[in-house]
Design a binder for this molecule. Structure first.
Ligand SMILES: Nc1ncnc2c1ncn2[C@@H]1O[C@H](COP(=O)(O)OP(=O)(O)OP(=O)(O)O)[C@@H](O)[C@H]1O
Length: 296
């Protein structure tokens, strides 16, 4: 079964995906509204589908995965992704290069068991972010995203960065046998399951190791240099203001009264504190040829 979001990205993929899915023998469930991917994931599992694909962006992939999880079917199905969103970051991280390639991979690509992350009980596959980039992605309108693609996030990021006050946080990252803590004002908190946040190069993380990769970008005075510095860090060299940690369990406490907006695979929610963990090799996924089980 294939769950199709017909309006993700710029919406131009729908006809092509319907046709390829039909040719490949998939039953297609088309979402009519936000959130319906969860229900369709659950339905596909209940119907006994052994291969379930999500066609859309990272948000659609996340919804279908949550539906499979709600049906307690993560052990029983092979999951697949057909990139048809704006960023398609998760699909890229698992070696899926486009719509036609995705159908080849669904038919005969390698299957790997990958980690699934949980944040306060909700599943995510790719990343959880808070701070500047989360605010930027939440405030990028669908129209702007459709017109400019990923550039929309960057433009919004530039606009927001000068006004951003930082997030006062206490972070505890634990792996079996070790625990590290970080406290301070963060510009960004980037947690990757399948995604890594490098200054340059490939963004795939190791998603079979049972670990989350945490990147914290610290807010550094003076404020009037913040814009230049944050952009530099996002897209350029890493500096001493960037902390990288691995964790099998992660707790983020917000040290202010207002909760903070977090984005899970691109879908937002607000939290005053958040506990995250990974389930090692929780779901079988059809991956492309360039997927690296242990990326450098
Ligand atoms: N028929 C529909 N009408 C409106 N929204 C929908 C419909 N079907 C699904 N959605 C919503 O569309 C949203 C965006 O989807 P998705 O994240 O997959 O694409 P994207 O934002 O274009 O890509 P990406 O996250 O990769 O940048 C999801 O929140 C989903 O719930």
């Amino acid at each position: 079964m294939l769950v199709l979001n017909p309006v993700s990205g710029n919406g131009s993929h729908a006809e092509r995906v319907r046709k390829s899915a039909d040719d490949a023998g998939f039953t297609v469930l088309e979402t009519q509204a936000s959130g319906e991917g969860v229900e369709f994931g659950r339905l596909a599992a209940a119907a006994g589908a052994d291969l379930v694909a999500a066609a859309g962006g990272d948000g659609t992939v996340n919804e279908v995965l949550r539906g499979l999880d709600a049906a307690d079917a993560l052990d029983d199905v092979t999951f697949g992704v057909v990139p048809a969103g704006t960023g398609n970051n998760f699909a890229g991280n698992v070696g899926i290069e486009g719509i036609d390639h995705a159908f080849d991979v669904l038919a005969e690509g390698e299957r790997r068991r990958i980690d699934v992350a949980t944040a306060d009980g909700e599943r995510f596959l790719n990343s959880c972010i808070a701070g500047l980039t989360a605010e930027a992605s939440a405030s990028a309108s669908p129209e702007l995203k459709a017109r400019l693609g990923v550039l929309a996030y960057v433009l919004n990021g530039l606009r927001a960065v000068t006004e951003f006050e930082g997030l006062p946080l206490a972070v505890e990252a634990s792996c079996p046998g070790t625990e590290k803590t970080w406290t301070g004002d963060a510009v960004m908190v980037l947690v990757g399951n399948a995604r890594r946040f490098p200054a340059r190069g490939r963004s795939q993380a190791n998603c079979e190791d049972g670990l989350l990769e945490l990147t914290i970008v610290e807010r550094s005075p003076p404020t009037n240099l913040l814009q230049e510095a944050a952009i530099h860090r996002l897209f350029g060299e890493e500096t001493e203001h960037v902390t990288n940690l691995f964790a099998s369990e992660l707790r983020v406490d917000v040290r202010r009264d207002d909760p903070v907006g977090f984005s899970f695979d691109g879908e937002t929610g607000t939290h005053g504190s958040l506990t995250m963990e990974t389930g090692e090799r929780t779901v079988e996924l059809a991956v492309g040829e360039t997927y690296e089980p242990t990326p450098e």
